[in-house]
Design a binder for this molecule. Structure first.
Ligand code: GTP
Ligand code: MG
Length: 258
């Protein structure tokens, strides 16, 4: 972070004199109060982002429950959420040449609230992404498909920036959430690659990057083969009759719903 140079160092006697001046003291007090208000408002904004995450997480959990009940499928393997750390917010705003203000955050930082959804199969990624985007309170702001178009390093994932309303006592507020959806294998790869990105001065970095790129190819192929196998298994089983479906649902009658 850059140094704040608004208050150049003063000789102690000059500083002592300034601090007895009422106008200076009032100005300092007002400034401190404004800073504290900004901190409180920032905390409140974080709370709204955290509520938006709960909304989106619930939507995914509902979809997962529906699929378990209706189709005997378990599209979502796990979900995790995070709020962007304040230090990262400040760094990102500085990189963009923007001030650390609430307006700048809301308009330019689209990943304040992040949710990562991990699926077993590639088709589940699109299935749940489309199901989310069909919901009438969700607005798609941006979509990046790094599965169709992987990054040069091999990174694959579906990214969505969506807007979701958070309902408060007297009004609703639209909040942006970054959604990353990927398979277990893609996530495994991304975690390792992320570790490498934040290590400084790795001697054989180029060799590791090449190796990671190779692994990304193997993972893509494995994801595709696993999906093909699952589809073959599904195709091999007879379509269930109405009675099969009823008995299967009855068999699960007392299993707690998750
Ligand atoms: P940021 O400014 O970093 O948020 O990137 P962006 O606005 O260009 O968005 P992008 O969709 O490319 O990336 C958003 C997020 O996806 C990142 O913050 C990471 O969490 C993840 N991501 C993107 N690219 C990579 C990558 O190459 N490796 C890993 N491990 N994660 C990535
Ligand atoms: Mg980001």
């Amino acid at each position: 972070m850059s140094q704040n140079n608004h208050f150049p160092a003063l000789p102690p006697e000059q500083l002592a004199h300034l601090l007895t001046n009422e106008t200076v003291l009032n100005a300092l007090y007002d400034r401190a109060k404004n800073m504290m208000w900004s901190m409180v408002q920032y905390k409140e904004l974080q709370m709204l982002y955290s509520c938006a995450l709960k909304e989106i997480q619930t939507k995914f959990e509902v979809l997962d429950t529906e699929f378990k009940l209706e189709y005997n499928r378990d599209p979502i393997s796990s979900i995790s959420t995070r709020l962007k750390r304040t230090e990262s917010v400040m760094d990102k705003l500085e990189r963009k040449g923007l001030p650390f203000t609430l307006v700048a955050i809301e308009e330019h930082i689209h990943d304040m609230a992040g949710i990562r959804v991990i699926c077993s199969y590639i088709d589940d990624i699109y299935l749940i992404a489309d199901a989310l985007l069909r919901q009438d309170d969700i607005t798609l702001v941006a979509r990046k498909d790094y599965i169709e178009h992987p990054k040069d390093n091999g990174y694959r994932s579906l990214h969505l920036i969506v807007e979701v309303p958070v309902f408060l006592t007297n009004h609703k507020k639209l909040m942006k959430v970054e959604v990353q959806i990927r398979t277990i294998a893609m996530d495994f790869w991304a975690s390792l690659e992320h570790q490498m990105k934040y290590k400084q001065e790795i001697p054989d970095e180029k060799a590791i990057m090449d190796e990671l790129r190779d692994c990304a190819d193997v993972i893509r192929e494995t994801d595709e083969r696993m999906l093909a196998i699952r589809r073959r298994i599904e195709a091999a089983s007879d379509a269930p009759t109405e009675e099969d479906i009823l008995f299967e649902k009855l068999a699960k009658f007392d299993i707690p719903i998750q």
